[in-house]
Design a protein around this ligand. Structure first.
Ligand code: MG
Length: 384
């Protein structure tokens, strides 16, 4: 069994939305396809599509990771299927430890395509393979989900925010996450109150993402004081991803849940977060994103590491709302899947055979990751 072709192209994710850290006008992602000759089983094509927020990785893929993968003589595992671990090891040959950065996203999107092929060869959805391999055959029967939205828009106002959230509750979502932190705390509170007005005033149904807006512990305490009365589900990414001292000061000060980790890209970075970040295993959420962190091979080890450190799987809530994260949450029995819920956004929604109701999604039965049954992504991927 061997790889016979790898293609990549950058895709525009340009969108008028923004958060406290970046706008998305120039945002891109890598779309990849890997063609595998599986002998008598046939020829299969697996697809990958980058997570959102870190740009396409065309150069790294073309110069280093695709050639190493393609040079691999054999990708068959001991069970006769495709073993993504063999591909992962080939891609990471001659890469020094540390300095994960964009490299982790380049490997991650290719790893995604390898898992897509592996599941297609077996004729099964990816969540089932992950469940068998990494979760002793356990999986969610219904996948807990929450809707992400509530970004800033050039012509946005509080009524538009309320309207957007109403659209998500109408789609069957119970919990919603919105963006704050672009203005001052008074502006944040008016956004939170607008959102709560659509959520029966129930703070446990609302999470707030401030995208690293706090520079000092004083900033985090002011924020915590302002947000505390709302009883939010969680506050996300209070400060710089590597500022564990700031994070620990906040978890010492604020009783409510904190979520973070979407901008940490490896097992060793996650280890530092768990050891030095002051996170509490009974409430805080770890949002490391498998597609940005060297893919499922590394992410399965991250889940094991977290469990060993007494952060149960329920506290793992991967970032971004891409389809790989959906399979990870379903197959590894993780806490919840984030869904980019705006219907017109390219990464928005789930596979066509999945239904969302009462804050849960059904299991997709589409073989592989299911890109072929996600019309917006498939429109792009089929051009590869
Ligand atoms: Mg976030």
């Amino acid at each position: 069994m061997r790889i016979i072709e790898i293609r990549e192209k950058p895709v525009s994710l340009s969108d008028p939305m923004s958060n406290a850290a970046i706008n998305f006008q120039e945002m891109t992602a890598s779309a990849v396809a890997i063609v595998v000759d599986a002998g008598h089983k046939g020829t299969f094509t697996g697809y990958g599509f980058s997570s959102v927020g870190r740009y396409a990785q065309s150069g790294l893929i073309a110069e280093r990771f695709a050639p190493r993968l393609k040079a691999l003589e054999e990708v068959e595992g001991a069970d006769g299927g495709l073993d993504p671990v063999r591909g992962w090891a080939a891609m990471m040959a001659n890469e020094k430890p540390g300095g994960d950065g964009d490299r982790a996203g380049a490997v991650g999107v290719l790893d995604m395509a390898l898992w897509d092929v592996a599941a297609k060869i077996e004729g099964t959805p990816l969540w089932r393979i992950l469940s068998e391999r990494y979760n002793e055959d356990r999986h969610h029967d219904l996948v807990p989900v929450y809707a992400t939205g509530g970004h800033y828009y050039p012509d946005g106002d509080l009524e538009a925010l309320r309207e957007e959230i109403r659209g998500y509750t109408d789609q069957g979502y119970e919990r919603i996450k919105i963006k704050c932190g672009q203005g001052d705390l008074a502006d944040d509170c008016s956004r939170i109150e607008a959102a709560l007005s659509v959520l029966d005033g129930d703070g446990s149904r609302l999470a707030v993402d401030v995208n690293c807006m706090c520079s000092t512990s004083g900033d985090t305490q002011e924020m915590a004081d302002a947000y505390s009365p709302y009883g939010l589900s969680w506050i996300e990414e209070p400060g710089h991803p590597h500022d564990f001292e700031l994070l620990k000061a906040l978890t010492d000060y604020y009783e409510g849940a904190i979520a973070t980790g979407e901008n940490l890209f490896s097992m060793s970075e996650t280890y530092n977060l768990l050891i030095y970040g002051g996170l509490r295993g009974d409430r805080d959420l770890i949002q490391v994103d498998p597609a940005l962190s060297y893919g499922m091979v590394e992410y399965a080890n991250i889940v094991k590491l977290s469990e060993a450190g007494e952060w149960p799987r329920s506290q793992m809530v991967p970032h971004a709302g891409h389809l790989l994260a959906y399979h990870a949450v379903a197959g590894l029995s993780l806490g919840a899947h984030e869904i980019a819920a705006r219907p017109d956004f390219i990464l928005g929604g789930l596979q066509e055979d999945v239904r969302v109701a009462d804050g849960h999604a059904t299991l997709s039965q589409t073989p592989g990751v299911g890109f072929e049954s996600h019309p917006k992504l498939w429109k792009v991927l089929q051009t590869l």
